[in-house]
Structure formats: structure tokens, C-alpha cells
Design a protein around this ligand. Structure first.
Ligand code: NAD
Length: 458
């Protein structure tokens, strides 16, 4: 059993801390956000992740995990301090390392015994060398502090499972002491460990994330071509998936990748390459394709409709993917402002992300349009003129095609996640636009009602 401190209780830090406690370590989680710390102490998880709340409660009750803002007491006698603070994108695309620097300084001023600092945050290659130097420069006590890289590969929505059953744990160290200590900490997980040097570990994280981002953008690019030449991207993906060299995952076309990692990690690697005098053309292409893809459906719908002004627009799904309350870089954040600016009256449904979205776009009237948050799909699509599907939540996938026909004013659906079969939507007489597949054309639409006639006249 080791005494572990974790800096940052976001998706990475909190899940890591809870899982370390679950396998028997003594964990103290540090955050600067008082509200978060109070919530966690009272057994409430500040983020939504399946299974997290239960493990927090179990390990807190067992006395294996605690939460604090007092970093000094947490860091001073820890065997290892894991850093999981954010490294967000800066305007030039580079990673903002200021949160890492703050924690490094706090560690240097607190540690009273030898300890290993383990960076879980995604940081550009070479950062951990600097973090180690930075800590040495500010150390107050005469103790040994080394820095190791241990990038995180969890996916939001399945973070706890991904941590307890990780496909591999990457550890990047520069000494036998650091390597053995980190291997020992991870021993109870009984998972494959790949031990490399620090810079290779840092690069493995970016190379992995950017490869996945590239795979998504590649499929989206092919999907757009499929639409033009009459092929079906889902059939194409199915055919490709049998080839083991390609693999069957990450072949789904859609409205682009979002979330806190792929967008910033592609830009950060591109920035790092440029700094080193190299053009990463493949990654630049992935970034550009994704930018276009995010508003693909909005552009299609804008061509199809004369105006969004005065139309009831149903939006199903706000988060960047199902299973999380995270909105970072979600397609909804790009499309909803465009719709509001065009005067749309938006009725949005998301089973967990609505409260977070309302912080950015409060319920009520906006300059031209309005936004209302509803608690189920039916309320969103009832009498709607058009519906956008941005996130494939189970609650959305359960909606039968006939419901769009029965409830909407005009059964016109733009699906960014290819949830429905073309044939079923056709049989239900829904006009259906998706990604990389043929459009199910307009069928027996209802006449415009008085509200629509008025908005057209105005
Ligand atoms: P997050 O923004 O959800 O959480 C960061 C937390 O750090 C916040 O709670 C913040 O209050 C806290 N913090 C900031 N400064 C602090 C300090 N000095 N001391 C203690 N706490 C402090 O971030 P996240 O999504 O968990 O990502 C963290 C890192 O992990 C990033 O580098 C990210 O790229 C990487 N990563 C994220 C994921 C993911 O799915 N979210 C997956 C793999 C890797």
C-alpha cells in the first residue's frame, strides 16, 4: 500500500484517485475548487461517470480516500503525487502548461520526503524534463524528487471501467527507482505495463490520440464522398472492418470529433511539429476535415430551408458523446449559436448535459431566437419543424422513426450520428438526412400552420 496524492479531481484525476483507493492505496485528492471538494466530501461526484459515485462512497467509507484543498498536507509525505490537472488549448494551438507549473511549484514547496511525481496530464514531449528541473529549482527540503510520465488513455463515459481494465499502462521513467516504484503502485491492477523513457511515453499519448482523430476524420472525409457518388458509408465501414489491419473501431462517420482531448491534442502536436521545423500534414488534414464536419448538418439544413426564423427546432443531445456531462468541443456548441442567430426556437433535450449547457446558453430568449430545455424527447420533437441529432444517447436511439412522423409538425430529421436505418425512416415517411448515406426524400408534408405562415410573411 502506498500513500498517494492526486492533484486535480477532473475526469482523469478523480477517476485515478478512486481507482487507486479501490486497489488498496491510501489516497488524498487535491483540488483548488472549494465547491468540488465540498461536494466530494459529502459523497457527491462533481462529474458524471458510470460507477464513479459508488466507488467514491465505498472507498471514502472505508477510509481509503479523502479530498482536500490543503495541498501541503497532502503532498508533504506522499510516496507518489499524480498530476491530473488540465492542459487546455491556447489560442495558438499550444498546450497551456500553467496549471502543471503551479502544481509543480506547490509540490516543490511541500514535499518533506523522497517522492515520485507522476504526470498523467497530456503534455508536449519534453515537458516532464522541464517539470523535474522546475521542481528541483524550487525544492525547499533536501529530498529526492523525480518525475515520471504516465499518460492516461481512459475514455469519458467509461472512465472507471477503462482505468480498472486498461488495455495497457504506459510508464515513462528515467531511473530504475522510478520505474520500479511506479510498477509496484500499478501491480494490484494486474494489467500489462509498457515501460519506456519519459519522452517516448509523452509521445505515445499524442500519437495514439491523434491516430484516432485521424481515423475519424478519414471516415468523415470518405463519408462526404460517399454521398456524392451514391455509396453508403455504413456499408463501406462494415466492409473495411473485416480487415484486421484496419480494425473495426472508430469507423463510424458523424459530425466530427469533440471532447476535451482530440481537438486540443491534434492542435498541440501540430504546434510541437512546427516548433521543431516539421509539418505534420496528416494531422493538419484531420483538424481541417473536423472543422468542416462539425457544421455539415447545419449547412445542409440551411440549403434545404428558406429560414430557421420562427421555426421550432428540436435538438437531441448536447454533450460531445453519450455517457458524459462534458460539453467541451461538442457539436452542439458550434451549431446552436448558428441556429439562435438565425432566429430558431430551440427545444433541447439531453439526459445529463442540459444543466451544463444552460450555463453557457441560459434558457429563454436570445437576441433573435430562444432556447428551452425539456426533459424528454417527445417534448422536444412535438410540433417541431426540424430535428437535429447531435449525440447518440440511449434515450434518443430508442425513439422509433414513426414518432418523428407522428409528433413533428414536419418530419424532417438531420442525424449527425447515423442512428437510424435509411429504410426504416423511409417507411415511416420521415425526410431523413444523415452522414455519408443517401437522403430519404420529402414525403407528404403537412401544410404550414399559422405560426409558420406568420414567420414566413415577416
Ligand atoms: P479537468 O479540467 O476535468 O480537471 C482538472 C482539475 O484540476 C479541475 O478540477 C481543476 O480545478 C483542478 N486544478 C487546477 N489547478 C489545480 C491545482 N493547482 N491543484 C489541484 N487541482 C487543480 O481535466 P481532465 O479532463 O481530467 O484532464 C486532465 C488532463 O488529462 C489533461 O491534460 C487532459 O488532456 C488529460 N486527459 C484527459 C482525458 C479525458 O477524457 N478527460 C483522457 C486522457 C487524458
Amino acid at each position: 500500500m502506498y500513500k498517494i496524492a492526486v492533484a486535480g479531481t477532473g475526469y482523469v484525476g478523480l477517476v485515478a484517485g478512486v481507482c487507486f483507493a479501490e486497489v488498496g492505496h491510501q489516497v488524498n485528492c487535491v483540488d483548488i475548487d472549494e465547491k468540488k471538494v465540498d461536494m466530494m466530501k459529502s459523497g457527491v461526484s462533481p462529474i458524471y461517470e458510470a460507477g464513479l459515485k459508488e466507488l467514491m462512497l465505498k472507498n471514502y467509507t472505508a477510509g481509503r480516500i479523502d479530498y482536500t484543498m490543503d495541498y501541503q498536507s497532502a503532498y508533504k509525505d506522499a510516496d507518489a503525487i499524480f498530476i491530473g490537472v488540465g492542459t487546455p488549448e491556447q489560442p495558438d494551438g499550444s498546450a497551456n502548461l500553467s496549471y502543471i507549473a503551479t502544481v509543480a511549484r506547490q509540490i516543490a514547496e511541500s514535499v518533506e520526503k523522497d517522492c515520485l511525481v507522476v504526470v498523467k496530464s497530456t503534455v508536449p514531449v519534453g515537458t516532464n524534463d522541464k517539470v523535474e528541473q522546475f521542481i528541483q529549482d524550487f525544492l525547499i527540503n533536501d529530498v529526492r524528487v523525480e518525475v515520471a510520465s504516465n499518460p492516461e488513455f481512459l475514455a469519458q463515459g467509461s472512465a472507471v471501467h477503462d482505468t480498472l481494465h486498461a488495455e495497457r499502462i504506459i510508464i515513462g521513467t528515467e531511473s530504475k527507482w522510478a520505474e520500479e516504484l511506479l510498477q509496484d503502485i500499478y501491480k494490484p491492477f494486474n494489467l500489462p505495463i509498457v515501460s519506456v523513457n519519459r519522452r517516448s511515453a509523452e509521445m505515445i499519448k499524442y500519437a495514439s490520440n491523434d491516430f484516432l482523430a485521424l481515423k475519424i476524420s478519414y471516415m468523415n472525409d470518405i463519408a462526404n464522398l460517399c454521398e456524392l457518388v451514391g455509396a453508403d458509408i455504413q456499408d463501406v465501414a462494415k466492409g473495411m472492418s473485416f480487415d484486421e489491419r484496419i480494425g473495426s473501431k472508430f469507423l463510424n462517420a458523424g459530425i466530427g470529433f469533440g471532447g476535451s482531448c482530440f481537438p486540443k491534442d491534434t492542435k498541440a502536436l501540430d504546434y510541437l511539429a512546427k516548433q521543431n521545423g516539421y509539418e505534420l500534414k496528416t494531422i493538419q488534414a484531420a483538424i481541417n476535415v473536423n472543422k468542416e464536419q462539425k457544421t455539415m448538418l447545419y449547412k445542409k439544413a440551411s440549403r434545404r430551408l428558406i429560414t430557421f426564423n420562427g421555426l421550432k427546432v428540436a435538438v437531441l443531445g448536447l454533450t460531445f458523446k453519450p455517457g458524459t456531462d462534458d460539453l467541451r468541443e461538442a457539436a452542439s456548441l458550434e451549431n446552436i449559436p448558428l441556429l439562435l442567430e438565425q432566429g430558431a426556437d430551440i427545444y433541447a433535450f439531453d439526459p445529463v448535459g442540459a444543466a451544463n449547457f444552460a450555463k453557457v446558453h441560459p434558457e429563454g430568449c436570445h437576441r433573435k431566437g430562444s432556447i428551452t430545455y425539456v426533459s424528454n424527447v417527445e417534448e422536444a420533437i412535438k410540433d417541431a419543424n426540424v430535428c437535429f441529432i447531435f449525440t447518440e444517447w440511449g434515450e434518443v436511439k430508442e425513439v422509433k422513426p414513426s414518432m418523428y412522423k407522428d409528433l413533428m409538425r414536419t418530419p424532417l430529421v438531420y442525424d449527425g450520428r447515423n442512428i437510424y436505418s435509411i429504410d426504416e425512416m423511409g417507411q415511416a415517411q420521415v425526410e431523413y438526412h444523415s452522414i455519408g448515406r443517401k437522403t430519404v426524400e420529402r414525403q407528404n408534408m403537412k401544410e404550414p400552420n399559422e405560426r409558420e405562415l406568420q414567420s414566413i410573411r415577416s
